[in-house]
Design a protein around this ligand. Structure first.
Ligand SMILES: [Zn+2]
Length: 307
């Protein structure tokens, strides 16, 4: 069984015609209703400022709280919008990602699987900067919290969103206990993610050429990520973005629906030694691509949880 953290509240983060829109969470909602009603659905709780400050500067956190408009929209960066009711989504997206860690610890670090159906995405958010639709780095706060409990010694974050997770890489590039592996179109937004960015030997970047198809993706992903990393982690995250799908309007990678099953499965088979998994939604801006990509990702997670 998969545990799915989901809230209708994400429909109140209203970005209008922006690609990172309310429609995305409606698609996720429809997928859960259609195919995953037997899974354990959980409401996330909100994160407080102290929790968010595990990876973000306190001044930045205060700045975001103070930047929420009372009417209309605020731009936190040229791509990143806040409406009057956005703050709760930001806090639930972080809080739910942390809730998953707390629940895993309560269950004695067993092989539990959590999917956090959150928006906005977080992997571009830097310590002190909103970026690329995201305000707080949901995965980074959660992973830092997990480490701070002392219950996990070594954590892997696998990011298959089509964009490089500059925020996550920068936050952890000097942390020997957290490894970050990312496949992404390169060169492309946000500009980071070349294969020479290796941190302290804990960063594994897999740049993908524009137009890359399934076969090239699989070969590069094996060579640069799967074959380079050991299976000695006690917690694995997915930064699960579905914008490398061939239908996605924001990028030029041509993955098929089933490739999201493949990429999830190979990580679980090769690198997850019966450990808990937390997957957190990142991008995915074509509604069909998001629906089918996520369905394939969840299918692989479900199989792992039932093994
Ligand atoms: Zn993306």
């Amino acid at each position: 069984m998969i545990n799915i953290l989901f809230s209708q509240e994400y429909k109140n983060h209203d970005t209008g015609n922006h690609p990172e829109s309310i429609k995305r969470i409606e698609v996720v909602n429809n997928l859960i209703k259609e195919k995953y009603t037997k899974q354990n659905l959980i409401e996330p709780t909100i994160a407080d400022k102290n929790m968010i400050s595990l990876v973000h500067d306190k001044e930045y956190v205060n700045y975001i709280f103070d930047s929420i408009p009372t009417s209309g929209l605020s731009y936190l960066d040229p791509d990143t919008i806040a409406c009057p009711t956005s703050l709760k989504s930001y806090l639930l997206a972080v809080g739910g990602s942390v809730d998953a860690v707390k629940k895993i610890i309560d269950d004695d670090n067993k092989k539990n699987v959590y999917f956090c159906a959150h928006r906005p995405p977080g992997h571009h958010a830097e310590r002190n900067k909103a970026m690329g639709f995201g305000v707080f780095n949901n995965v980074a706060v959660s992973a830092q919290y997990a480490l701070s409990t002392g219950k996990f010694k070594k954590i892997l974050i696998v990011d298959f969103d089509v964009h490089h997770g500059n925020g996550t890489q920068h936050i952890f590039e000097n942390n020997p206990d957290i490894h970050y592996a990312s496949s992404h179109q390169f060169p492309f937004y946000p500009g980071t993610g070349s294969s020479n960015e290796i941190g302290i030997g804990n960063i594994f970047n897999c740049p993908l050429p524009s137009g890359c198809n399934s076969d090239t993706f699989k070969a590069l992903f094996r060579k640069n990520i799967v074959d380079k990393i050991n299976n000695n982690f006690d917690l694995i995250y997915f930064s699960a973005g579905f914008d490398a799908h061939k239908l996605d309007p924001l990028a030029s990678i041509n993955l098929e629906n089933e490739d999201f099953y493949w990429v999830t499965k190979i990580i679980l088979e090769k690198l997850a030694n019966n450990v808990p998994i937390i997957s957190v939604l990142e991008g995915g801006y074509d509604m069909k691509g998001l629906f089918h990509g996520l369905d394939n990702h969840l299918k692989a997670l479900l199989e792992y949880s039932n093994e």
